[in-house]
Design a binder for this molecule. Structure first.
Ligand code: ATP
Length: 247
């Protein structure tokens, strides 16, 4: 599926069959009166882990929002290879602590896209919820309130919600931020397993260790793409100090 945005129409991408899950060209997006992404062109390889790296405010969340379809691009072209709609796990801070939801209800929300808000979950929906919770090791937390959980537990519940969507494209915004080392390693190992099981994973991260273990990396600076490729080629000391240089 290709989505065209106006303003800067660009030539259609090559018709060559893609090993890419998503490709975008000259993508621009932002907020009212605040352009953020500036003519970004890159691709997200299928069945691999892509790390989105860059300083605060460089546009990582905005790019994830565009890829997830929650922020509309203002220009450029976005092409998704065949597959299911993406599942998006926003930053932890974006999910209200005060929501009166249990862990299980939170994961069940992952079925709303297909089921609709008011329809009862089917047996298959419940099975998908059960298996996502088992997979994330949070089945035992089913009846606990989301706001009572530790950061690592909450993050697992939110990832289980995205798995319940049964997507093959998982977009995560800083899934390990604020977690202790054990929880960080646990989430990173889980994401690696998901890739091995056939999911394409994109994560925005400030965790350079996680970024270095990704298959590929997009380095953003001030809304522009300043590097893409294998982490060892992109995350060089020179590139990092250039990108994080104070303005
Ligand atoms: N809802 C919003 N309304 C207006 N401006 C916003 C909004 N969200 C983000 N911005 C601005 O857009 C720019 C890019 O923000 P974005 O959150 O995409 O960056 P980021 O790389 O994810 O940052 P961080 O690492 O701090 O999460 C920043 O200047 C930010 O202030």
């Amino acid at each position: 599926m290709t989505i065209m945005f106006n303003k800067h129409p660009v030539a259609p991408p090559d018709d060559a069959p893609m090993r890419e899950r998503v490709r975008f060209s000259d993508l621009e997006a932002g907020y009212r009166g605040r352009p953020v992404l500036r003519r970004l062109s890159a691709s997200i390889p299928a069945l691999a882990m892509t790390a989105l790296v860059g300083p605060n405010g460089s546009g990582k969340s905005t790019l994830l929002g565009v890829l997830a379809g929650v922020i509309e691009a203002t220009a450029g072209q976005l092409h998704y290879a065949e597959g299911r709609p993406p599942a998006f796990v926003p930053q932890r801070g974006a999910v209200g602590d005060a929501l009166p939801l249990t862990a299980r209800q939170t994961v069940e929300m992952g079925r709303w896209n297909e089921r609709g808000l008011w329809r009862r979950l089917t047996r298959r929906d419940r099975a998908l919820v059960d298996s996502a919770m088992e997979r994330l090791g949070v089945a035992g937390l089913a009846a606990r309130q989301l706001g009572e959980l530790s950061g690592g537990q909450r993050q697992r519940v939110l990832i289980a919600q995205s798995l319940a969507q049964h997507s093959d494209l998982l977009l995560l915004d800083e899934p390990t931020t604020g977690l202790d080392l054990g929880a960080r390693e646990g989430i990173t190992a889980l994401l690696t397993d998901l890739v091995a099981d056939g999911t394409t994973v994109v994560q925005a991260t400030h965790d350079l260790e996680a970024a270095r273990s990704a298959d590929t990396c997009l380095l953003l600076g001030d809304g522009r793409l300043v590097g893409q490729g294998p982490p060892e080629e992109v995350l060089t000391p020179a590139a990092l100090s250039r990108t994080w240089r104070p303005a």
